[in-house]
Design a protein around this ligand. Structure first.
Ligand SMILES: Cc1ncc(COP(=O)(O)O)c(C=O)c1O
Length: 404
């Protein structure tokens, strides 16, 4: 069955935008995807029908609670969890800070946490700072700069009997490498450490099953998968129930609400289920979960074939350095590179003149950028593909880079 690119594109109003007379090619999905019309409509509908706060005896309050329940159910189906395990927040970073602060109340000197050199700092600094407050120490899983993957050869030495928490990204938001979470989680289980998986970058590209990954805490953000700016934490029930969160005295003390401080972004939460619907409507099968998984498979196939073209073309250019793990390593369709004699900012400025919107910088994967020696020089140029990316976007991009 062919990939319905025209139908997909018709669902993203932002794709109608032009720049200097050319259609915009949004190549910065890793920074945030475009928003699907269903989400935009749900946000507007929530606000225009009469928003409310929770726990009221009136219709708009009950509708608000129903929208939140619907969003929890959608995320549970999206990530293979149950709705009571799904909490919302401002963004992934804020949720990680709250969870880290709560977890670390039980940590002490001599305890250790493990973070990685490949990760976005949102999955590093909240845990490091929590460890510091508790007097615990930090160990690093190193990134191998040659393979652009985590070096797991020292896994057993880095994760020890003292390890309380292991925080690893499912995929790198800079170079796209997908990590072997199961292997890392197996080692964490042996020593009784909690496993935190940052799925922010991976979520729009590959089907995720919380239990297959064996994650205790899974974090993502709806604005990366075609929805609004809402952070999401999925926390395994027993861990969540035992989490001593910082909360207001009269606020709910049960899961999942206990993590949700203050009034949530109700309109944003109302826009989450339609973003998952966009994915499930591309798929097949009797259950929504099966349709989500098969929908993501179709997206993945489309994106990976375009990404392979870009990687091949960039590899053939003498003035380009591609930062990509080799073909044996699974990757998201996220491609980082530099151009000899041109800063990433300059390259992206030239691309933007051609209506090719791509981002430059370290993307907060700054540990890796520093280790590769490119941090001070402005980091990478990054192009990320999305379900709505076309062959024409890709060839326009390649032609533009060839002119550099
Ligand atoms: C891999 C990864 N983790 C975490 C984050 C932070 O997410 P948020 O913006 O929701 O705090 C990002 C954002 O780009 C990311 O790419």
């Amino acid at each position: 069955m062919s990939y319905p690119i025209d139908d997909i594109r018709s669902q993203f109003p932002a794709l109608r935008r032009t720049h200097h007379g050319k259609p915009v090619a949004y190549l910065d999905g890793p920074g945030g995807s475009q928003t699907v019309r269903g989400s935009i409509d749900a946000i507007a509908q929530y606000m225009s029908a009469g928003g409310a706060n929770l726990h009221g005896a009136f219709a708009s309050s009950r509708e608000t609670e129903a929208a939140i329940d619907g969003a929890r159910l959608s995320i549970a189906e999206f990530l293979g969890a149950s709705p009571e395990e799904v909490a919302f927040g401002q963004n992934m970073t804020s949720l990680a800070f709250s969870i880290g602060r709560a977890l670390s109340r039980d940590w002490k000197a001599g305890d250790e946490i493990v973070v990685s050199e490949l990760d976005h700092r949102a999955n590093v600094d909240p845990w490091i700072l929590a460890a510091r407050d508790a007097g615990a120490s930090v160990r690093w899983l190193e990134a191998d700069v040659a393979t652009l993957s985590l070096d797991l050869s020292r896994l057993d030495a880095v994760i020890t009997a003292n390890t309380r928490l292991v925080a690893i990204g499912l995929a790198s938001n800079a170079v796209g490498t997908i990590n072997d979470i199961r292997r890392i989680a197996r080692r964490a289980r042996e020593v009784g450490a909690l496993v935190v998986v940052d799925a922010v970058h991976a979520a729009p590209h590959i089907a995720i099953d919380r239990d297959t990954l064996d994650a205790d805490i899974l974090l993502c953000s709806a604005y990366k998968f075609f929805g609004p700016h809402v952070g999401i934490a999925v926390i395994r029930t027993d861990v969540f129930e035992g989490l001593g969160v910082y909360k207001l005295q009269p606020a709910p003390g049960d899961i999942p609400e206990k993590l949700e401080t203050g009034t949530q972004n109700h309109e944003g939460i109302a826009g989450i289920a339609p973003a998952i619907d966009f994915i499930s409507e591309l798929g097949f099968g009797p259950s929504r979960r099966e349709r989500i998984v098969s929908g993501l498979k179709r997206i993945e196939n489309h994106e990976n074939s375009l990404a392979a073209t870009i990687r091949d073309e960039l590899l053939g250019l003498g003035n380009v350095t591609l930062f990509s793990a080799d073909s044996s390593v699974p990757k998201t369709p996220t491609i980082a590179f530099t151009v000899e004699g041109m800063t990433p900012r300059k390259a992206c400025t030239l691309l933007a003149e051609d209506a090719l919107f791509a981002a430059d910088g370290d993307f907060y994967a700054s540990t890796l950028a520093r280790k590769l020696g490119i941090l001070e020089a402005g980091g990478w140029i990054r192009v990320g593909l999305a379900p709505y990316t076309t062959e024409s976007d890709v060839s326009r991009f390649i032609d533009a880079v060839k002119r550099f």
